[in-house]
Each structure stands twice: as structure tokens, then as C-alpha cells.
Ligand binder design. Sequence first.
Ligand code: SF4
Ligand code: SF4
Length: 401
Amino acid sequence: MLMMIRIEILNNRDDRKLALTAASRTAREKKLAANISRAIVLAAHKEGKPGISFGRYGDSPERNGIPAKYFAIVATDEITLEEGKAKYEPKEVDVSICVDDTLFKGVESWAWYGLQPINKLLKPGGTLIVTSLKEAEDLIPLAHRKETPYKLAVLKGTPSFSGLWVYKDDHTDVRILGAMARVQPDLFSLGSVQETIREEWHNELKATSALRAFERITTVTVPVGQGNPEVPYSFEMPKWTEMREGIAIPGIAVGGEMKDPITGEEGGWRPGRNAVFKKWATRTMRPVVNFDTCIKCTLCWLQCPDTVFDVTPEGLYDPNLEACCGCGVCEAVCPVPACITMVNETQFKDNSSQWEAWRKDAPAYQAHLAEWIKDRPERSHGFRFRGQYQQQLPDEFARQG
Ligand code: SF4
Ligand code: SF4
């Protein structure tokens, strides 16, 4: 029987930056998705199946935090593989692997595409594997609805998120490989996966991690009609006949004043922003602000690399979530304890103004704030936890009690 299996791997976002900026081959090989993609092909090869692994990435005007994709194509013979390779990238896949559950809100890796659902490329009945601490029922509403059923396989674990120049060796790659052997047994066996891990990583602990993932991964079927009902935003690109003469690219428009939602009073300042590149899907965390304790020191506004803060009429600073990439700098520079807190993006369903919510009902906002900041999972951009898996785990267990 001829068979071709296509796998899509949605990468950790900071790895994306690593891919773009690292010049050396060694650093490139440390990328998480590249590791997974390459090892899939190697393990399949052990069972006589030829394959290829390759990467794709977006080239947006504002690259910070843009997700990257890797693909692996495995076939039963060379001719079938050639057929798969002939396409620039697969239009549908048997398995999608998502190593960051905040990508469930959608992937904006190519700015002019708008937002792509995390399950977009999955074949009917295909499997979406995700590493997450959440349950399937908490994740399903975040992903866009699909017209065909698909399977969701949750591999319990902290999303791997390390930092621009750091590869966190947290076993995510080998755990995904073990999970793959379970959800796609016609691709390769657990034995082939473990053999590959021993040859590539020379680490028996990693081979055991793959076994544990194989044993523990859970799968549910997501029927049609479940998930986020919103139509993902997209942009109409001009035809070449409609383009402006010359090569002038219009700058971002000047901003304007802000209106107080209670008094109607104008004042403050909202800068103009990019109309076609929203960062709603870019960040893994977002800042939440305690407007009652803010001392209006301006540091968040000054230090934010993306000009995110709107200045409110009374001189507070409201993070505009159209523009925030979730870097965490504002939290790091704010001098007031817990005045800005970075919170896991999966906790939010919209991007509305925090300041407007606070102006309309401060006690209700404070109650939300207390709920949001209660759980601060290990994430961030490498500066909250520096180090490797073996040191992180005891810390994490202690934090979780
Ligand atoms: S996390 Fe803070 S500093 Fe970073 S882009 Fe968002 S608002 Fe700006
Ligand atoms: S850094 Fe903190 S205290 Fe200073 S203006 Fe921003 S939110 Fe307020």
C-alpha cells in the first residue's frame, strides 16, 4: 500500500527568532521543532520509509514572536515522497504538532494571510498534538471550529518556552516523538523512536521520557461544531493593477486623543498602529495592569518596545492589546510590586481595553485581576527561569505545592 504521512509542527515562538537571527549551524540545530521534525524522519527511516523535513517561517514586518512551522513528509516509497516534495508546503496534514498551547487562538505567521486556525491543515480525522497543562475541554473552545471532526491529543507538560538564545532541554522534543508513535502507529513504532533518540541524543533518560509520553498521552475526538465560532480575520490583498504608482509605502497614521468611557472627556493619547498586522496571536502572555496602584511613573510607556501603552486622560497607561507582543519588559521595569503582571494568554477570550473595564467598574475589574494573576505558569522569555529541566522541575513542584 502506498502511503504518505505529512506532519506539521508549530514551533515555539522564540525559536522562531532563533531561526531568523542565529547564523551558526549549531544554534539552528537546537531549535525545538527542527529537532522533532528531523527525528520523525530518522525514526521512520528505521522502518524503511523515506522522508524529508523542512522549515517554513513568516517574514512579517514585525518579527518579534512570529511562529514558525516545520514540516515532515514520510512516505512508503521514493516516488510517493517525490510527489509530496513537489509542493511548496503541504496543503493538508495527518498530524499537526503544537508545542505552545497559546497558538490555539490561531497562527499569524504570515501577516498578509491574517489569522490561520491551529487545526486548518488537518485532514478529516487527523490528529492535533499539543503540549499543555490544560485539559482537552479547556483547549477545544480556543481553537477555531472545523468543518470535519479531528482528534485532539494532549501531552501534559509545561509549554516549552525558553528564550531568544536559549534551548531549554526540557524533553519536549522526545516526548512529542513518543506521543507520535502512539497516535500514528503506522508511521513508526516506539522502538524505532527510542532507537533514534539513543543514537541522536545518547541519553537513556530521554528514551524513557518518550516511553512515558507514549503511555500517558490522551486523545479525544472533536466533533464538528465545537470550538471558537469566529471567522478568523484576513486581509484583502490589492491586485497588481490596483497598486499605487511608484514604490511609496504609507507610514503608520498619526494617532489621536482618547475618550473617557464614563465622563466623555477627551485627553491622553493613543498612537496610530499598523492596520494589517495585529499581534493578537503573537504573544504567549499579556500584561495586566492594576490601575489602582499605578504611580504614573511612565516607565512601562517608555520601555515598551512596541509602543503599546495608550496614555489615558488621567495619565494612566493602558496596554493596547492590538499591539502587544507579550515580551514582558513592562512587567520587568514597573517599580510597583504586582502593578503589571504577565498572565498566560490562554486565560483571555478578547483583547478589550483593561482601562475601560476598570473605569466602568473598578471593583469588578479588581476581582478579574485577582483571578488572572493567581496562576502564573512558568513561561516568559527566559528571564523568569534560567536553567535546564533538571533544575526547573523541583522549583515547579514546590510552586505548585
Ligand atoms: S509585554 Fe509589555 S513591554 Fe512587551 S510589548 Fe507588551 S506592553 Fe510592551
Ligand atoms: S511602570 Fe507601573 S507604576 Fe509606572 S506607569 Fe507603568 S504601570 Fe504605572
